[in-house]
Design a protein around this ligand. Structure first.
Ligand SMILES: [Zn+2]
Length: 474
């Protein structure tokens, strides 16, 4: 299963069942549906993990794979859901979600990459569109039921059970059988991406085999991944067969992989339990990576507000001379916790020079500059951030906050309008532009730019209303 739609997607008047049953699903339509579902997840799914370091790591890993695809012009976006079950899924339009449980279950970076490669291949082979085009409306209805269940599961387990059962009745079983060919195809293509990306292809079979073993333990309550990607012994044998025929090599896990997993583990369970876990790792030198043990322990101490202890672990990390932006943000966080904002800013400025593309550093730097009443220094930082990531609502939100601190009203409302536009809230965006028009601090060019953007958003909104109306009329 690779289709995922949130209820609000339909409420917004995006393709309703009638519309989809009659037209071929184009890549543009897929992207539109995916974008709407993604917005919905960002705003309403409590499991959505708003952690720039983990998300950016996952996107870097994903890009190592997607860079190997020939003939593909679409974008991919990888995101993380805080959920202990082992699952990953592809939505229309190249949005790929990964549960934290799956990241923690992966024992190597190649294992994690193998699941991403499989999902990426579902997207590039356009399995969703092929399924919908072939099976039409009834099929889509059951997929929607399943999708509602997935979203609900993050917010309320009881609702999810009911919805999943309703979905079952609508014929999910036939869809799962149908997708076996797709599964094989995604395995085959995924393996190629994995090999070209420089990962260890053997880890694909080992990880899927382990997933299958987990599945047997759960019986009916199988982890999500197995329910949506039926994993048969035959499939694993097929994978192993292909791997035999390829040259393979050991791939070294990146520091990012090691630190991201430590960060997730440190956030899991109670702070006390996390501290005990990592203290044991540090003491017994049992951790394969000393860096992960000290970093995880520092993060666990931060949760318990034991900043001095965390500082001791940071000193250990410094001794290891690690090159990672994640160590710098940790250092800045500890300075800020000790109310030493100038030190936090110094650390982050040096880090921003070394890692100019790192969003977590930009977020933290702008936040700390604003907290330290240095908004004029924040302006060039946030402007560079918005230039690099124009579609990032959080970056736009920080931009609005920076201009607000500067007392620049027009610029503030313009930035806030973009936050709402990115969240799909067009009326709120238009309202912000009206406020920008009324702001006294513009000039001819600025007011013209606001007017132009206003026309643009109004046209988009009219189109959205028309789509909604059409959907209802049919
Ligand atoms: Zn699959």
């Amino acid at each position: 299963m690779l289709f995922f739609l949130a209820p609000a997607v339909l409420a917004e008047g995006l393709p309703d069942l009638g519309e989809l049953a009659q037209v071929e699903v184009s890549p543009q339509l897929e992207r539109r549906v995916g974008e709407a579902a993604m917005r919905d997840i960002r705003m309403h799914d409590s499991a959505y993990l708003e952690d720039a370091e983990i998300r950016d790591y996952l996107n870097r890993l994903g890009r190592r794979l997607t860079a190997q695809i020939d003939d593909w012009h679409g974008d991919f976006e990888f995101f993380v859901l805080k959920d202990a079950t082992l699952n990953a899924f592809a939505m229309p339009g190249g949005y790929i979600g990964v549960h934290t449980g799956l990241i923690l279950a992966a024992e190597s970076e190649s294992e994690l990459a193998s699941v991403l490669a499989h999902e990426i291949s579902h997207v590039t082979q356009r399995h969703l569109a092929r399924m919908v085009n072939k099976q039409g409306q009834a099929q889509l209805a059951s997929m929607l039921a399943m999708a509602v269940a997935i979203l609900a599961a993050h917010n309320n387990p009881d609702v999810a059970m009911g919805a999943a059962m309703a979905g079952q009745a609508a014929g999910i079983q036939s869809q799962l059988n149908y997708s076996r060919d797709f599964e094989r195809e995604a395995d085959r293509m995924g393996l190629q991406l994995l090999e070209k990306g420089g990962f260890d292809v053997r880890d694909m079979a080992s990880f899927f085999e382990r997933l299958q073993k987990f599945g047997r333990l759960y019986e009916n309550g199988a982890p999500g991944y197995l329910r949506t990607h039926p994993l048969t012994t035959e499939r694993i044998a097929d994978m192993e067969n292909r791997i035999q025929q390829r040259s393979h090599h050991q791939a070294v896990d990146s520091l990012g992989f090691v630190l991201v997993r430590a960060k997730l583990r440190a956030a899991d369970g109670s702070p006390e339990a996390a501290i005990t876990d990592f203290e044991t790792l540090v003491k017994e030198h049992r951790s394969a990576s000393e860096a992960a043990a000290h970093y995880g322990l520092a993060r666990a101490y931060v949760r318990d507000k034991r900043y001095d202890d965390a500082g001791r672990e940071l000193a250990q990390l410094r001794r290891l001379k690690l090159e990672s932006p994640m160590v710098e943000t940790l250092a800045a966080e500890l300075s800020a916790a000790h109310a030493d904002l100038p030190a936090a800013v110094r650390t982050l400025k040096a880090a921003a020079a070394r890692y100019p593309q790192d969003r977590a550093i930009t977020y933290a730097l702008v936040d700390d500059l604003l907290a330290d009443q240095r908004s004029s220094e924040a302006v060039p930082m946030i402007e560079a951030g918005v230039l690099a990531y124009p579609a990032d609502p959080r970056m736009r939100g920080l931009q609005a906050k920076t201009y607000a601190a500067q007392g620049k009203l027009l610029a503030q409302h313009r930035a806030q309008a973009e936050v709402y536009a990115l969240q799909g809230q067009l009326p709120a965006a238009i309202e912000q532009l009206q406020l920008a028009q009324k702001s006294p601090d513009g000039d001819f060019y600025l007011y013209s730019a606001v007017d132009a953007r206003m026309r643009d958003l109004k046209a988009q909104y009219a189109e959205e209303l028309a789509r909604k109306k059409n959907g209802e009329d049919r």
